[in-house]
Write a protein that binds this ligand. Structure first.
Ligand code: PEP
Length: 263
């Protein structure tokens, strides 16, 4: 269902009126985690001012350590919905448990399945049933074929509104948080009709890498980028070192629009 065979053209996924895929490069930005109403609104306004079309933000955080901030849960979803009302930005947010899909889908415009859950088949099926577009991140140790098979689990439930997201894979290299597999973008685009975007924040893990990795993503023809922004990354409860601040996000947006025009 997700394979390029039998599909004449590449798909465009519509998220509350915002297209992902097709002619345009979509910028998605927002805080890694929803922390407070003010922090989320400020991050959303930064994202919107830079031309982001969608707001990202986690209310359910899949953290490596059980002692790390786990997200605000439904309270975070309510904050996101309020910020959507204030800014007009549709929201994409992660769901980590099949039992939460209905609740998260009642607030979200797009469901995110994170790297750690790419092969959580019950979650994929529940997301496929939820009637909302799905952003499917690549598992950090998954092959491209396994990633596409994970997308197939969603598609099999009758939901073809799936966007693939390359977010870096595990390699021996320690200088970056994950190794951005940039070749995965054209490979996945050749094998599948689904749009493919890149997360330079979770792959590089460092603010300074977000712009160059975004340029690489645009250069290989990604359908969009999803980046972390935070008004005060030094106080962030999750992934502050990779969050863009103030002028960074504008610089990124300018690179996205100028490079997209060249291609
Ligand atoms: C995220 O985008 O908030 C996230 C946790 O990403 P990943 O699943 O790629 O680690």
């Amino acid at each position: 269902l997700v394979s390029r065979e039998n599909h004449d053209s590449r798909s465009v996924v519509n998220v509350r009126g915002v297209p992902i895929g097709g002619e345009h490069m979509t910028l998605i930005a927002g805080p890694c985690a929803v922390e407070t109403p003010d922090q989320t609104l400020e991050a959303a306004l930064m994202a919107k001012a830079a031309g982001a079309a969608l707001l990202r933000g986690g209310a359910y955080k899949p953290r490596t350590s059980p002692y790390a901030f786990q997200g605000l849960g439904e309270a975070g979803l309510k904050i996101l919905a309020d910020v959507r009302d204030q800014t007009g930005l549709p929201i994409v947010t992660e769901v980590v448990d099949a039992g939460d899909v209905e609740l998260v889908a009642s607030y979200a415009d797009m469901l995110q399945i994170g790297t750690r859950n790419m092969q959580n088949f019950a979650l994929l099926q529940a997301a496929g049933d939820a009637g909302k577009p799905v952003l499917l991140k690549r598992g950090m140790s998954a092959t491209i074929e396994e990633w596409l098979m994970a997308a197939e689990y969603i598609a099999q439930r009758g939901n073809l509104d799936i966007v693939l997201c390359e977010r870096g894979i595990r390699t021996f290299e320690k200088a970056t948080r994950n190794t951005l597999d940039i070749a995965a973008v054209p490979v996945a685009q050749n094998l599948s009709h689904l749009p493919v975007i890149v997360d330079p924040s979770h792959s590089g893990g460092k603010r300074d890498l977000v712009l160059p990795l975004s340029r690489a993503a645009i250069g290989v023809g990604a359908d969009g980028v999803i980046v972390d922004v935070h008004p005060t990354p030094e106080t962030a409860l999750c992934d502050g070192p990779q969050a863009l601040v103030g002028d960074d996000i504008q610089e990124l947006a300018d690179a996205v629009s100028s490079m997209s025009k060249l291609l």
